[in-house]
Design a protein around this ligand. Structure first.
Ligand code: URA
Length: 435
């Protein structure tokens, strides 16, 4: 069948079969199908959707477009966690250390920050010497020896996703649950895992807006992941304000270390404990969620999580001393308070605006080629429900002396809303979807 025949089927609301989808993905990967036909099919999928079988077939074909890491020499089930991305979301770092400290292997392929969201790789690279570009054999070896390894996407894992994602980015077809699910799951399955905890962020700082669309994405990921033979649990979690109090790469490493010492912000600790406990259950080392939570909390109390983070840092070439002395992390030249324009309770926050302000200070990228300043970022002195007086610092900007602050200030001036009473409390975990 010609690409235009597949486009026509989808355009008219039909379903593609596995063979048709495989041929399409092969043609995209080899370059035989031109971008204009791929883009037309992506738009037809965006508008018409895909059923579960089509999405499973698409994900399988994307996995088959490249190689797969072989983790079978490592005993036990291998479990990863992935997030759709948010502001201040450093969960992966303490979580990987805690789960590995509890004896479960965590192979983690992470991403970089772009736009208002941060990326785990950029955060880790703020630790001097930390390598995120390990080749797959070294990645496997590190998971075997240390229990966890966090690296970036390699060119040979799910290459079809790279091509499709680049086209989606420029054809307004990113925000589509079956395309997002296949994109994420193809990369995750190619990394050789058995189980996945998925964190779907929802709120002002999430990339997919609207609770219902986020819930649909979470359900799709669970269904399609299960269809691929993975054990998957998805969480719907709050991104109506940044997670924790630190936004920016070195600042978030410092907060991750605080979390592993049991001194982190409560929303971050809750999320880490909930998702890490779910990973122990998925791996089969805990039968029930309550004892799993207790094991994770114990690994915070007895310091084994922190010790494991040091081991991971050293194994990946980083300076392990930062774990005991976070002041060794890059430090910004300047700290500038951002005063509150009003008195009252913080009733709403625009997490995306905070992320964009951090990007404007140098903590993030506008384009994939941009360089980042690892020390730049924002510390939140006030969050939802906090009382503030006019002129009191709402936030603290960390930046280089030469960084202009106008753009960050413009974003931050619309990031907070105030009222005479605190808003109703909102839990960080809004839902859990089991496979
Ligand atoms: N993250 C991904 O890896 N893929 C998407 O499509 C969206 C977010």
């Amino acid at each position: 069948m010609r690409p235009q025949d597949l486009i026509r089927i989808k355009r008219d609301g039909g379903a593609l079969n596995a063979e048709q989808i495989r041929a399409f993905v092969r043609g995209v990967t080899s370059g035989e199908i031109p971008d204009y036909q791929t883009s037309a099919l992506l738009m037809a999928i965006f508008l018409r959707g895909m059923n579960r079988d089509e999405t499973v077939a698409l994900t399988r074909s994307m996995i088959e477009s490249g190689s797969r890491a072989d983790l079978s020499s490592i005993p036990g089930l291998k479990v990863d966690k992935h997030s759709t991305g948010g502001v201040g979301d450093k969960t992966s770092i303490p979580l990987a250390a805690l789960v590995a400290a509890c004896g479960v292997s965590v192979p983690m392929i992470s991403g970089r920050g772009l736009g208002h969201t941060g990326g785990t790789l950029d955060k880790l690279e703020s630790i001097k010497g930390f390598r995120t570009n390990l080749p797959i054999p070294e990645f496997v070896d590190t998971v075997r020896k240390v229990g966890a390894c966090l690296i970036g996407q390699t060119a040979d894992l799910a290459p079809a996703d790279k091509k499709l994602y680049a086209l989606r980015d420029v054809t307004a077809t990113v925000e589509c649950p079956p395309l997002i699910a296949s994109s994420i799951l193809s990369k995750k399955a190619a990394e050789g895992i058995d189980a996945l905890v998925m964190d779907v962020k929802t709120g002002s700082g999430s990339f997919l807006k609207g609770l219902e669309r986020c819930r649909e994405l979470a359900r799709t990921i669970v269904e399609v992941g299960t269809g691929l033979g993975l054990r998957v649990v998805a969480f719907l979690t709050d991104m109506d304000q940044p997670l924790g109090r630190a936004v920016g790469n070195a600042l978030e490493i410092e907060e991750s270390i605080e979390c592993l010492k049991g001194k982190g912000p409560s929303d971050l600790e809750t999320l880490v404990v909930e998702m890490a406990a779910e990973m122990l259950v998925l791996a089969g080392t805990a039968k029930l969620i309550d004892p799993a939570r207790e094991r994770i909390r114990f690994a915070i109390r007895d310091g084994t999580g922190l010790k494991k983070l040091r081991e991971i840092v050293v194994a990946q070439g980083g300076n392990g001393k930062v774990v005991e002395e976070p002041s060794r992390l890059p430090q910004a030249e300047r700290s500038t308070p951002f005063p509150s324009p009003s008195s009252g309770f913080v009733t709403a926050m625009d997490a995306e605006a905070v992320g964009l302000a951090a990007m404007a200070l140098g903590a993030g990228r506008r384009t994939v080629e941009d360089r980042i300043d690892p020390a730049a970022g924002i510390l939140l002195r006030k969050k939802l429900g906090d009382r503030v007086e006019k002129g009191e610092p709402l936030l603290e900007l960390r930046h280089a002396e030469a960084t202009p602050l106008e753009e960050a200030r413009a974003f931050l001036s619309r990031a907070y809303r105030f009222g005479s009473a605190p808003p109703p409390g909102r839990p960080v975990v809004l839902g859990r979807i089991l496979g």
